[in-house]
Design a protein around this ligand. Sequence first.
Ligand code: GLN
Length: 538
Amino acid sequence: MTKYIFVTGGVTSSLGKGIISASLAKLLQARGYSVTIQKFDPYINIDPGTLNPYEHGECYVTEDGAETDLDLGHYERFLNVATSQANNVTTGRIYQNVINKERQGEYLGKTVQVVPHITDEIKRNMRLLGETGEYDIVITELGGTVGDIESLPFIEAVRQFKWEEGAHNAIVIHLTLIPYLAAAGELKTKPTQHSVKALLEYGIQPDILVCRSERSISLDIRKKIALFCNVNVNAVIESLDASTIYDVPLLMMKEQLDKTVLSKLKLAQKNEPDMERWKEFLGRLKNPTSEVKIGLVGKYVELPDAYKSIIESFIHAGSKNECKVKVEYIHSESIYPDNAKERLAHLDGVLVAPGFGSRGIEGKIDTIKYVRENNVPFFGICLGMQCAVIEFGRNVLGLNGANTTEIDEETIHPVINMMEDQKNITAKGGTMRLGAYPCDLKKGTKAYSAYGKTHITERHRHRYEFNSAYLNQFEEAGMIASGVNPESNLVEIVELKNHPFFVGGQFHPELKSTVANPHPLFVKFVAAAMEFAKKKTK
Ligand code: GLN
């Protein structure tokens, strides 16, 4: 029988529910349990696919092509297990399902209401992954903060769920903040007490409190929190600010969060968590033997969450190479032909980021011209790859005005154009080329040497593609297609023959990099940057 853990948040947002959920899941997995994590978001968009990255950070894409919350990226990076459409549900999707059922006449003439119809639909979705029989434990993270108007139906659904399943089959972990007041020199428990009171008003007694704090929480303070919030002292868990999110599982292990959870759920402790490989990863991460500086050129750099998975992939690849990767954010709108050298010459590698629309695109192209001509290691992702093709078309093949039809529909050289099956689509949500597609690699290429095999799959999120009418011309001049989709023949990877590392992927490799499996292209790119840095100092 599947057991359920709900993770709610109180006091303020941004306390790191996603990381706590992923860390707990990691520890339970490391004890031998099969665990998955799902996220329920209270906003009304059907999914975050149509949201501007400034609103919601990166949109994370799953194998099955769902556009989801970036917390799913943390789940995959920690657990090394793929998530799916079922792992992310929004208010919008719940209402859409209920309204569709109403139109089908499924409610038999009843008045359709938040309770019970919306809450029933929420509970049905909360059980979906558990019902596959694949998981011993399903962790459900509730977006938002307790007390928000929009999260009320979810909280009510959790109350009902807990009551239906019984105390040992469904528990609630509440994440709160214990602020330190410098003027008083004290940690304050009142916001936590209030937050638990709010939960109690909705009929939920949390089983465990995870308390975020800048300072260590003494036994006396734990006792006080326990007394006022009706939990055992060992169920008050301290969560100190960590230097890296990858420390959090070990910090939670020290606090015995996993043990407390298992005893509340009446599950066997099994073995102590086997975190050896995790510790090796952390050891390499914290003791680098070299350092590189990589420029991340994009137009959403004011909000690093927009590039979450890319940043994490550099951490994984850095650890693998025992190299500290310092990422410098560079706004693509700030790069011009006459300042490219000044802005980029100090870097050991440049990644040109994914994106949509025309803003900042010329700066990306100017960046690529500089790194191509100066042998600086280059990695282009999605739009970054498309820009590399445009740059090569314009400046090497002399195709004046070469462009993507996303920016210039009338271009005389559409080296990147809209995919055939995208041409008649007008709806925006969930209509791109999304999710995992196969790709065959050519032997003897940089891509092949990175992956070490010919058949791979990678995740996509785009509408435009390399225009293969130009392929011969590009290949003759030295930009080759080293990865091609075996079914559709779409070009998936381009690279330069005469350059130390110049690789562009139409897909998003950053979505598949995990602690256990750093992505091979990121690993090779960092290695190329290390090589470049070494040569520079010589
Ligand atoms: N805007 C481009 C396209 O739709 C690239 C998308 C991306 O970078 N994810 O093809």
